[in-house]
Design a protein around this ligand. Structure first.
Ligand code: ASP
Length: 357
């Protein structure tokens, strides 16, 4: 039997055309997308399609749209061998990270792709991205999908989604995965490095076990966790940041978490007002995670004097997580953990391969 692939269209450039009057890019009927790629019929799989009723630019993604996407996959999980999500590239790294946490113990691929040029454009990158993504999603070995994680495929590379960031607004090579190698490279051959693929870890299952106590030890199934908390903020440090700005952010009513983008290996101003503001915020129960503004490398609190105090006051380390993943993971764990100790434990551990331990 041929692998069954569900192609989900959420919106984005890949399915856009120019409005003849304003020349602005807007979404068009998904059925037309398939008309533009008759080559899809040559693929050795059965493709079904489904679309958001109103496709959106990915800048309009929010928790509700993540959930809608999650639902579309979850409701049809048993009917397909793989899922391909067409999504705008702007927030694809955030959605990919969120999906990776939403689907615990994933047994099938969910691969997001999009394009920098619309499918109808003569020089479009959409066709290669879409065709290769479908091929990757339909790779089966010994009766089960080879890829069992959430990925992004863009411009000849398959990445673990929760390791990616969008780094270019106009190059076809729009994504990078600074701290984890590509899982597959598409050249003359489609080379999947099976050693790099996600196999699940003790911590993923420990978390599953703590949260699915009703199941016997060997029966942890794919588990769908769609509820995220968005009372969070990303605070990016910059030279000259004032106490007024930091305090205003820390005093946002109902705030539950801050992703603090620090310098280098996790460094922040050592001025007393800053450390006091962080401590006050932690003391009132707001979780703060430290991620680096650098595209590559990791937070290592305590390495420099300027991060010793952050460690001492109980800040959680984002290690080599991207900001996009740290945000999604925080939104996820805020809902699925109850104590700071639990939050810190799971945040600093790899649940879906998002962090190097
Ligand atoms: N603004 C578009 C979006 O993210 C860009 C793209 O599709 O690549 O939806």
């Amino acid at each position: 039997m041929k692998p069954r692939i569900l192609l989900i269209y959420t919106g984005g450039t890949i399915g856009m055309m120019k409005d003849p009057e304003t020349w602005a890019l807007k979404s068009f009927n998904f059925e037309e997308l398939l008309l533009h790629i008759p080559e899809l019929r040559q693929l050795d799989c059965e493709i079904s399609t489904i679309s958001y009723t109103h496709p959106i630019d990915s800048s309009n993604m929010n928790l509700k749209s993540w959930q809608r996407l999650g639902e579309m996959i979850h409701e049809r999980y048993d009917d397909f061998d793989g899922f391909v999500v067409l999504h705008g590239s702007d927030t694809m790294a955030y959605t990919g990270s969120a999906l990776s946490f939403m689907f615990e113990n994933l047994t099938k691929p969910i691969i997001l792709t999009g394009s920098q040029l619309p499918i109808g454009d003569l020089r479009t990158d959409a066709k290669e991205n879409l065709i290769t993504t479908i091929q990757l999603a339909s790779q089966i070995q010994n009766g089960r999908p080879i890829i069992r994680e959430v990925c992004i495929y863009f411009e000849y590379q398959l990445y673990r989604a929760n390791r990616t960031a969008k780094v270019s607004a106009d190059h076809f090579e729009a994504f990078m995965s600074p701290n984890y190698p590509p899982l597959a490279i598409s050249g003359v051959h489609l080379n999947i490095d099976q050693n790099l693929l996600w196999q699940g870890t003790f911590d993923e299952f420990a978390f599953a076990k703590a949260n699915q106590p009703q199941l016997p030890e060997d029966e942890y199934k794919m588990f769908y966790r769609p509820d995220f908390v968005n009372d969070v903020v990303i605070l990016k440090l910059f030279p000259g940041i004032t106490p007024e700005v930091v305090n205003a952010i820390c005093n946002i009513p109902e705030l539950k978490g801050i992703v603090l983008e620090t310098y280098g290996s996790g460094n922040a101003p050592s001025e007393q007002w800053f450390v006091d503001a962080m401590k006050r915020t932690l003391d009132k129960g707001v979780y703060i995670v430290n991620v680096t503004q650098c595209r590559g490398g990791a937070v290592d609190m305590g390495k420099y004097e300027t991060s010793v105090q952050l460690k001492a006051i109980g800040m959680v380390s984002g290690k080599d997580m991207t900001t996009e993943t740290a945000l999604a993971k925080m939104m996820y764990l805020l809902n699925y953990t109850t104590t700071l100790a639990d939050f810190k434990h799971y945040f600093e551990k790899s649940l879906r391969g998002e962090v190097t331990e």
